[in-house]
Design a protein around this ligand. Structure first.
Ligand code: FRU
Length: 493
């Protein structure tokens, strides 16, 4: 990636930035990428994330940290893990996961030192998870399996069977495809290599080609189903895939596979099981503006809203927005639509819920963040003939440096013949959930102040339209603050 000098972050300009989301989690400033170490611990959701505290560019990775009581309001906490000048992570604390044991938490992360990327451990010193001690014996695996020709070896997923721990590490077998390598341990410290959990497919004609290597594996159970999610680092677009199937002896026999999100920005998701037994996922939404624009803005990267995962009887992995998001609604708006389809509501931090009759013949949906002349428009439509949802961001911005794309994902209508689009607009973020089953998301950067209008496409097929204003996920004091001290408000709602 191109690297530029970073002028330093001006917090006032961060909060005035029209593209900076207000109700999606993001770091206080600078660069953020993958969610890490997602964990429900003592009633609170802990979200760690890849963070560069000194620049909005992808370098010098730390673990940032935030906590939420309700999944939607967030409080920044001090940085959890920083590179140690003399340690096995001197060149970066890369992605990993967390497990909560009965009285403490273990973080498993990728320590980077020169060409080496190896698993390391840290444990908490306090119940608030504010202070961490790295294990003196790091790295806990000193080299990848010697007899394998691997494209890389990083990122971790942990699970337990009886008293035995298993760890999956993201990798790729040269010439074969992406893979997740399984290791076994009695105590999270001493690890023995077993075999690949499953191996991808390098056939590029397969639309689910996962690239040559799989990053950020996430392996978990939902009821009796086993699910593997991986991010294909050099697939185009960088697809995030799910696999379900039969599981025996730490091998997954894949029966079904698909895309976790149909959009081009979504990457490196991670999930955890909460106290209610729900599988909750967050993903990183990458920027789609230039590095120079990110540096000028002083920040980069945002998390998706929390999504609840489930597996259907045919083995499909589906996702729906967490019900807690409704707590962010501040005002219900009654929408009036004129004969041209123009809605009398404007805004860039809205939730829209529109239902359409999918038996209509023409594509139907919504054009959002639209200027009156339509020169800027982000269009989400359902095409009944092909049973596809398209999110078209090619005209989202007149800025020539920002590119868009038409992303598509297939979904049949609901049993009653309807298609329900639930659209979350948050400045440069759009997330569209279809029939509470699939999501397609992207980043958008409209230039014109007046590109905040909504137009219905295929008005004849529209059944209902509801709109809510959505409030912020941080207190104003929290939103633009570099939070490295432990002196933080305990309750911000
Ligand atoms: C995925 C990723 C991981 C790595 C981390 C570094 O976005 O490349 O594989 O651990 O980001 O920030």
């Amino acid at each position: 990636m191109q690297k530029l000098d970073t002028p330093g972050v001006d917090l006032a300009s961060l909060s005035a930035d029209r593209h900076r989301p207000s109700y999606h989690f993001l770091s206080p400033d600078n660069w953020m990428n993958d969610p890490n170490g997602l964990l429900h611990w003592r009633g609170r959701c802990h979200l760690f994330y890849q963070y560069n505290p000194s620049s909005p560019q992808s370098e010098d990775k730390h673990w940032g940290h935030a906590v939420s009581d309700d999944l939607v309001h967030w409080e920044h906490l001090p940085i959890a893990l920083a590179p140690d000048p003399d340690g096995p992570d001197t060149d970066g604390v890369f992605s990993g996961c967390a497990v909560g044991l009965h009285d403490h938490v273990v973080l498993m992360y990728t320590g980077v030192r020169g060409p080496h990327q190896l698993p390391c451990i840290a444990t908490n010193d306090d119940p608030e998870l504010l202070a961490w001690t790295k294990y003196a014996g790091n790295p806990v695996i000193t080299a990848p399996p010697a007899d394998l020709d691997l494209v890389f070896f990083r990122d971790h997923t942990l699970w337990q069977e009886g008293d035995t721990w298993y760890m999956g590490i993201g990798s790729g077998l040269r010439g074969q495809g992406g893979t997740v390598l399984v290791f076994r341990s009695p105590d999270l410290h001493d690890w023995t290599y077993l075999h690949p959990l499953c191996i991808g497919d390098l056939d590029r004609t397969n639309p689910l080609w996962g690239g040559t290597g799989w990053e950020c594996p996430d392996f978990f159970a939902i009821s009796n189903d086993r699910v593997l999610i991986v991010s294909g680092h050099d697939a185009h677009p960088r697809n995030v895939l799910w696999f379900t199937g039969g599981y025996q002896d730490q091998r997954l026999t894949v029966h079904n596979t698909g895309l976790v999100d149909g959009g081009p920005s979504f990457y490196a998701p991670q999930s955890y099981t909460d106290d209610a037994g729900r599988r909750v996922m967050f993903g990183w939404m990458r920027e789609r503006r230039t590095v120079a624009q990110q540096v000028a803005a002083g920040w980069s990267g945002v998390m998706t809203l929390p999504r609840i995962l489930s597996v259907l009887s045919d083995g499909s992995l589906v996702s729906a927005p967490a019900p807690e998001i409704a707590q962010l609604r501040t005002r219900h708006r009654t929408a009036v639509v004129d004969a041209s389809g123009l809605v009398d509501i404007r805004g860039d931090t809205l939730e829209l819920l529109a239902t359409f009759d999918a038996r209509a013949t023409e594509p139907a949906g919504l054009s959002v963040r639209t200027s009156l002349d339509g020169k800027e428009a982000t269009v989400v439509t359902y095409t009944p003939a092909t049973q596809t949802v398209t999110l078209d961001t090619r005209a989202s911005s007149i800025d020539p440096d920002v590119s868009g794309v038409a992303s598509r994902i297939s979904i049949p209508p609901a049993a009653d013949g309807s298609i329900r689009l639930r659209v979350f607009l948050d400045r440069s973020v759009i997330e569209v959930f279809v029939n509470d089953r699939i999501c397609i998301s992207d980043r958008i950067y409209p230039v014109r102040e007046e590109s905040d209008r909504i137009r219905v496409v295929g008005l004849a097929a529209l059944s209902t339209l509801e709109v809510w204003d959505i409030g912020p996920c941080f207190l104003p004091s929290e939103a633009g603050r570099q939070s490295l001290s432990v002196d933080h408000p305990q309750d911000h709602r």
